[in-house]
Design a protein around this ligand. Sequence first.
Ligand code: ADP
Length: 542
Amino acid sequence: MCLPEQEAGRASGFSVASLPLSQLLEAVAPQDNRYEITFVEADGARLARHGAARGQGLYVARRPIDLPGAVVELKVDDTLGRPGLLPNVTTALVLSLSIALAVVVVLLLRDMRRRSAAEQALAESLAFRKAMEDSLNTGLRARDLDGRITYVNPAFCSMVGFSAPQLLGSGGLLGAQPPYWPPERVEEYSRRQSTRQLAPPPAAAGTAPPIAEERTTPDEQEPPTPPLAEGLPATLQGFETVFMRANGERFPVMIYEAPLVDGLGQQTGWMSAVLDVSERQRNEEVARQQQERLQATARLATMGEMASLLSHELNQPLAAIASYASGCQNLLAEPDTHTVPLLREAVTRMGEQAERAGRVIKSVHDFVRRREQQRESIAVQVLLEGVLPLVRLQARKSGTRVEVHEHPAGLKVQVDRTMLEQVLLNLTRNGIQAMERETPLPDRVLRLHVRALPNGRVQFEVQDRGPGIAPEVAERLFTPFFTTRADGMGLGLSLCRTVVEQHGGTLEHESPAGDGLARGCRFRFTVPRAGDTSGSAQATND
Ligand code: ADP
């Protein structure tokens, strides 16, 4: 530092003071040694320095100091280095909260996406379920454990003719009775319902028996309760009952019930599938009537054929009776002592012939008369006695011999006699007709075998020596109205098969390949055996 000195207004000299820069820094710098403080010349040369540690060059302050004759810079350099990633706790907290918030937002977004996908799937499955229920023609009805209706589908409504609001809430002990209960059955159905109410509640799903109060099964014939493990108890058991339409018409329905179980596995009610079976019953009745008519037609057709044979057969006894009668007249014209025994003889013969004719007529009459189907225990021999006169009647015309074998003798069968006679007549008639053309007279033999089988059934076999059955004929053999004969009706075998099947058997046929005597055809069927045999094994030839 240079100070001019003056005396009486004239410069008299200069006072010069010098101070080392380092001491200056020492004197003014803070004592904590945090900063490196330096005096630097313009060209960067360091003039003086203070501070134990070196500055990091990050937080730096410069201030030029204009001294006379020199430009010096005072530089202060902080010893602190670059700050860390989290300079302090607040920043760290804010940062972590922001990250958490972002994660929550992402999770929320994902959750929302999932939720909307689930909602869409639910809506689709509801729409699918509704479409399915609406398209069903099976009625669906759900009821709670008290028996109140909680749901009905459109098919159920149209079946009974009441709308869903009319039906929902009805039933149960407290609700009004369902409008589809026929008034005459209300008491019975209500009684069943209260019985069910009093029954202990089901402990778990599937343990309670699925019994609707409307079922018509008598109390003592409760449907069996299947074990819990089987899982599907109700769907397997249907029961038939009667409902009433809005117009008062009663109609039969089949009900299949299954327990309704909630998400916790507790039973909350019953779901029933209801089928209107009136149409099915009508169809069954029509089919039954058609079958009966078919059988009657077949019997009449056979009768028509027999009428001509019958007239031929009756000719013989009638001619015999006529000649005995004219013989009697001659004897009576000239009576003498020998007349009486001769007359007695002639009249006895006349009676026999008349009886024979009567038997022929009766067998045809018995056969043609329409009867209700009924099974009876009958000896095979008795059965054959009813048929054989008619078979022989046909056989005689073409010179066919009829052989009958029964093994063991005295067999009894449990059959509808009339229908079985019809089967035997059809099969024997077919056999006889098959031999009429090509089979040489000595070979015309029709065999009827009856034998007991070990399985408790009796087999009938009709064997002929005709040309057999060609494969193309065999294919259509049992089709109604299929025939290869100009005057045939084609009903015989189809009727035979129906009758045999009604007796739990099957009608089979066999035509061995080959020529000569090996040819022919066998028809076989079985019927249930009744009672026991008597006598030892033997064969009867006719
Ligand atoms: P139909 O005798 O009125 O023709 P069926 O149903 O009894 O009606 O027989 C159908 C056809 O089966 C006959 O037309 C005949 O061609 C054939 N058929 C039946 N039985 C025999 C048999 N034993 N041998 C050869 N063909 C037979």
